[in-house]
Write a protein that binds this ligand. Structure first.
Ligand code: GDP
Ligand code: IMO
Ligand code: MG
Length: 427
């Protein structure tokens, strides 16, 4: 086992460091073999985490460690849960022969996404005309809005159904007072929730206490983040972001683990950049090469199927991301996708009105008018998808990785060279 595994410690975290879809699911699946408990802590069913073992599985709410029988999974308090999606995922797993029984605990403090949140997500997007965020329409924004407005419905409330029903009715009326009347069959939804409540009852728990107790017994925890740093509600390209903190603080709060207990934090970074949905993307490629990378990388949303926008690796974004979340190591993913691209570019700095910017700017008007400086790197043509040792990578691939490492001032401990579990170089 290489040093990078030794350094993970008892509590580790995996976070997206760009605009999501960096390949978090794959490393969570690999590292789940080394940890006892895998806990999702932020986001909701906007996430789509893909693993190939070798058949494809996409996780939206359930931690990507669920494929490893014997491991326990937790959905933390920071997640917003659409229960029908969760149950469908559980059923799919059961149907493919994975026993999930007594392996999932859901925080009693996690907020519930109801179908009216999805409806409102759609209404809000429709009202924005040309300024749409391009959300996943999974009701994420409206559910987190309820949470901060302090009228959200939490998992524990499902266990006292009469109170749950009254609150849901009140909330629907509130939304209708904001958005006008819309067609909605709440009675049918509530009838379903009555059944869901009984199925979920044994899974609903005080998960932060559970995690603390498990730690006291010597168990290890892998925290699975969702979305990505640049989609973070505070640090991302606001307002083209999701509605939670996808960075380290949000992921800790989202499962109730103290910052000083975290032993390591792994940033997942694609060897290029992608983004799905609207919003700024300084190193975006608008040409045939962007399309080629999309096809080679299979860059279509795991949740919505939308084509992902593709571009060069952006060191300004990566440096910003390292500063905010403080990764102890990075997993550079999808290096194989760049095979055959003759010249690779890395965005190294931004300038505005002739002046170099210190950081990724908050003001999107500035961002609209920046010049992006790039450096060029010679590519490689050899197939790297079966390579196990860093030293066996073509020289230009090694140089590319080392240059990124230098720019982000963070060790690259894992390098992805294909979709499958075994296609990961560690160093
Ligand atoms: P996540 O949301 O961060 O878990 O990432 P997604 O699952 O949305 O998207 C990442 C995609 O890239 C998935 O289809 C993965 O199977 C795939 N993937 C992950 N790592 C690698 C890699 O190193 N090489 C290749 N070719 N594909 C990868
Ligand atoms: P994973 O965990 C990529 C994007 C959406 C949209 C914006 C807001 O798979 O990396 P939302 O539905 O959250 O209100 O949408 O955020 N987005 C993601 N993009 N991967 C994700 O998750 C994302 N989760 C949200 O496309 O632009
Ligand atoms: Mg994804």
């Amino acid at each position: 086992m290489s040093q990078v595994y030794e350094n993970l410690g008892k509590i580790s975290m995996i976070l997206g460091s760009q605009w999501g879809d960096e390949g978090k699911g794959k490393l969570v699946d690999i590292l789940s073999m080394k940890f006892d408990i895998i806990a999702r802590s932020t986001g909701g069913a906007n996430a789509g985490h893909t693993i190939y073992i070798p058949e494809k599985h996409v996780f939206h709410l359930i931690p990507s460690g669920m494929m490893h029988e014997g491991k326990l999974c937790v959905i933390g308090n920071g997640v917003v849960v659409h229960i029908p999606t969760l149950l469908e995922e559980l059923d799919t797993l059961e149907n493919s022969g994975i026993s999930t029984e007594r392996r999932l605990k859901i925080s009693d403090r996690a907020h519930i996404v109801l179908d009216y949140h999805k409806k409102v997500d759609e209404l809000q997007e429709d009202s924005k005309g040309g300024k749409k965020v391009g959300t996943t329409k999974r009701g994420i924004g409206p559910a987190y809005t309820d949470k901060v407005r302090r009228n959200g419905v939490r998992m524990h409330e499902l266990l006292e159904f009469d109170k749950f029903e009254a609150k849901v009715r009140e909330n629907l009326a509130l939304f209708k007072s904001f958005y006008g009347d819309f067609e909605y069959d709440l009675d049918a939804e509530l009838a379903q929730y009555k059944e869901y409540a009984e199925r979920l009852r044994p899974m609903i728990a005080d998960t932060s206490t559970y995690l603390h107790n498990q730690l006291a017994e010597g168990k290890t925890i892998l925290i699975e983040g969702a979305n990505g740093m640049m989609l973070d509600i505070d640090h991302g390209t606001y307002p083209f972001v999701t509605s939670s903190n996808a960075t380290v603080g949000g992921a800790l709060a989202g499962c109730g683990i103290p910052a000083l207990k975290l032993n390591s934090c792994i940033g997942i970074m694609k060897a290029y950049t992608t983004r799905v949905g609207a919003g700024p993307f300084p190193s975006e490629l608008h040409d045939a090469l962007g399309e080629q990378i999309r096809e080679q990388g299979g860059e279509y949303g795991a949740t919505t199927g939308r084509p992902r926008r593709c571009g060069w690796f952006d060191a300004v974004v990566a440096q910003y991301s390292c500063r905010i979340s403080g990764y102890s190591t990075v997993n550079l993913t999808k290096l194989d996708v760049l095979t055959g691209v003759p010249t690779l570019k890395i965005a190294t700095s931004y300038s505005h009105n002739g002046e170099k910017l210190e950081n990724f700017p908050a003001n999107l008007d500035i961002l609209d008018n920046i010049e992006v400086e790039y450096e060029d790197h010679e590519g490689w043509t050899e197939d790297i998808s079966e390579i196990k040792d860093f030293d066996d990578l073509p020289e230009n691939a090694q140089k590319y990785v080392k240059r990124i490492e230098e720019l982000i001032e963070t060790p690259i401990g894992f390098i992805g060279v294909g979709m499958k579990r075994e296609q990961m170089i560690d160093r």
